[in-house]
Design a protein around this ligand. Structure first.
Ligand SMILES: *Cc1c(COP(=O)(O)O)cnc(C)c1O
Length: 370
């Protein structure tokens, strides 16, 4: 039985937020503690270890920032790229463009490596751009582009970046806890994620990790980060390594309890098992969608496991269907982003929802409204 159907919560099957399990909701309801309380600090230390496990990294600087995935994106970019500095921006969709926009606002200079919409980032194009710009030391990219449902080959891209001795900053917002991620093995220098996608946690706290190479680049900056809030050097004193903790800002205490619980659930399941579960449910769902006549618009080998981008069949009213799904079945699906609105649905089985029972419920509901 689907638990959220019992407690009345919406069945969230879009690109995030995803369904939050009962255990995580309960953790969030604990009485608040001070942000320098020894019990809270012990919880933060545990959380750093859980995050390292989930990212598959030994990076010392691994923590959760107070803010949504976009805040983690901004923090990564403003620390890693100085104003006036050029950086390669790989973009194959909406979130790649968001990274680009942040880089421009930071006074930095984007050098674009663009992919056709619906295609992964091309390592050959990236290699060419790095050869043409030997002065560039930072490359940014989105691993799983939720806007199109495309997952790029991160290991291959990272190999190209490192062949040119550059640093890669990777958006893993929907990927963490769903897609295979091997931060250290793949030599990813900076990665950040979201809590409300495959971690099935409350929105507003975002995992982030920096390698030693990335930290060296930050330490060699000519000027400090102009944003007070996002200056990594200051936040590290709060998340610190045990003894000396300094107030930086009041952490979202209860959201961090929730994240701690969500990560504990992942540890209990085992990260490989979780990746495997997402993959299995992806295969199960895509067969069912195909049988329904819902065509996935992404080539098989580039599909992200936790999100299906399917074409809305001819003659079907997008808005009316989604309205009925909510009213009659309590299901929220994702609409198309930008000019894909009305043409595409984004159906996500993320974290807690990556179970065949959710797929079956969703497919039955779609059968009725289509
Ligand atoms: C959801 C998402 C984001 C933004 O996360 P917010 O928490 O909404 O700020 C960034 N990148 C990707 C790929 C996403 O899917």
């Amino acid at each position: 039985m689907i638990s959220t159907m019992l407690n009345g919560g919406r069945i969230l099957l879009g690109p995030g937020p995803s369904i939050i399990p009962e255990r995580v909701l309960k953790a969030m309801a604990k009485p608040v503690l001070g942000h320098l309380d020894p019990d809270f600090i012990a919880m933060m230390d545990e959380m750093k270890a859980l995050l390292r496990y989930t990212f598959q990294t030994e990076n010392n600087v691994t923590f959760a920032i107070s803010g949504p995935g976009s805040a983690a994106m901004e923090m990564s970019l403003v620390n890693m790229i100085e104003p006036g500095e050029k950086a390669i921006v790989c973009s194959n969709g909406y979130f790649g463009e968001r990274m680009r926009g942040m880089i421009v606002r930071n006074g930095s200079i984007p050098v674009d490596v663009k992919a056709e919409e619906g295609q992964p980032i091309d390592p050959v194009k990236l290699d060419k751009a790095l050869s043409e710009h030997p002065d560039i030391s930072v490359v940014t990219m989105v691993y799983a582009e939720t806007s199109t449902g495309v997952q790029s080959n991160l290991k291959e891209l990272s190999d190209v970046v490192h062949a040119h001795n550059a640093i890669c900053v990777v958006d893993m917002v929907p990927a963490l806890g769903g897609s295979v991620i091997k931060t250290d093995e793949w030599k990813i220098d900076v990665a950040y994620a979201g809590s409300q996608k495959c971690l099935s946690c409350t929105p507003g706290v975002s995992p982030i990790t920096f390698s030693d190479r990335a930290l060296e680049k930050i330490l060699s900056r000519k000027k400090p980060v102009s944003s007070w809030f996002y200056d990594l050097k200051m936040i590290v004193d709060y998340w610190g390594s045990g003894q000396k903790r300094a107030y930086h800002h009041t952490a979202p205490i209860n959201s961090l309890y929730a994240l701690h619980e969500a990560l504990t659930i992942i540890k209990e399941e085992g990260i490989e098992n979780r990746w495997e579960r997402h993959k299995k449910v992806q295969n199960y769902a895509q067969d069912k969608f195909e049988a329904l006549g819902l065509r996935n618009i992404v080539e098989q080998e580039y599909r992200m496991p936790q999100l299906h981008a399917v074409e809305i069949p001819q003659g079907v009213d997008d808005f009316e269907c989604r309205k009925r799904l909510i009213k009659e079945f309590n299901i929220e699906l994702g609409a198309g982003l930008g000019d894909r609105l009305g043409k595409v649905w984004r159906i996500g089985f993320m974290g807690e929802a990556a179970q065949t029972t959710y797929v079956d419920y969703c497919v039955d509901a779609l059968k009725k409204v289509l």
